[in-house]
Ligand binder design. Sequence first.
Ligand code: PLP
Ligand code: ZN
Length: 424
Amino acid sequence: MTASLLAPTGEDTTGRAGFTALSLVCENCGARFDPEPSAICLTCLGPLVPVYDPNRSLPSRAEIQTRQKSLWRYHEWLPFDGTPTLSPDSGFTPLVEAPELARRLGVARAWVKNDAVSHPTLSFKDRVVSTAINAAHTFGLDVIACASTGNLANAVAAHAARAGKPAWIFIPHDLEPAKVLNTAIFAPKLVRVRGTYDDVNRLCAQVADNFGWGVVNVNLRAYYGEGSKTMAFEIIEQLGWRAPTAVVAPMAGGALVTKLHRGFRDFAAAGLFDDSLPRLYGAQASGCAPIVRLVERGSGRIEPEIPATIARSLAIGSPADGLTAARGIADTGGWAAAVSDADLVAGIRLLAETTGIFTETAGGVTTAAALHLAKTGRLGPNDEVVLCITGNGLKTLDPLVDALPPSPLIAPKLREVAALVEAA
Ligand SMILES: Cc1ncc(COP(=O)(O)O)c(C=O)c1O
Ligand SMILES: [Zn+2]
């Protein structure tokens, strides 16, 4: 696929937005490509990534700290020349210290990187859509689309609404009702597909080729993934320009873990922190854990799975960035863990009860995986651990309905309260 095929006839593909997307390079064979809505090398089918000028001027810690509190404060590491104009307000979510959770894990310190309160759609997908929609804008691709397990659908629909661009959203037919509603409210064309996420994703590859749309996680994937690096940048800055010893993050397609790895390496290379890279730990639900299983095997390829888990946002059986995520984990001396649906519900409750943060099923997977990694000695008493909590609990209420104890119902009488206090 080439930029000229996708661009409206006769138009230049760069510059019209007042800023441009960076050129691309194949991670496999090193082939270079002009900026274009394409994520796959035409020569070897390897993944494309943006090329950053190694001689560009980089900001100091002090300079970064004077900038607006959004992911664009790190714009030198985001894939544009000039100033992107769309989605200016996402990123810079809180990093919350969690001493009681650290105690339960048996580690020295723990923090929650709280993307459950990401602006505007309460998941880390606001980060990747921020970069993808600006890339689409530079290419003159007015229709934005995605294949999604739910959160990406929310983010694409919201960011497109704000930008005044039409959006086409494709989701598996049986997603959680709140994920569907949180997309539909922004009035995109929302299409439910009879099939798994992997079926939806294959359909979207054809859609990108046929209609010339900007499908954020298909033909814009090279630009989309870069948004996730900002979670690593924020962790370093918010810890006072130092690295934790370990980071635990959920995996679906594997892009987040891949780009956390890239982000930590970018900031280390820029001299913005001096510690070793944190060990990266990936978390999946055992009903869909192809990346965890690759990490456990130690080599080879991803073996696709048919998902069977309530962690719908992580239910990708054939993860596009699974191999690079597994390599990043191995490179840093980390590991991966898969947890049962019952354990992930317990993880949601543990996080809520110890930190006051309500996460969705993906965050339950992350918390339960951290607990498992601690119990099996992968995280130890000297560790300083960041848990990447990537989505909000209000979007996945169903698994909790029967999990929580019923509340007593009383008459408005003091003696009834007294009886409860007595029994408590
Ligand atoms: C809440 C949440 N966390 C984590 C992920 C995993 O992201 P990735 O596909 O980059 O591995 C997703 C993906 O949809 C998600 O919705
Ligand atoms: Zn190549």
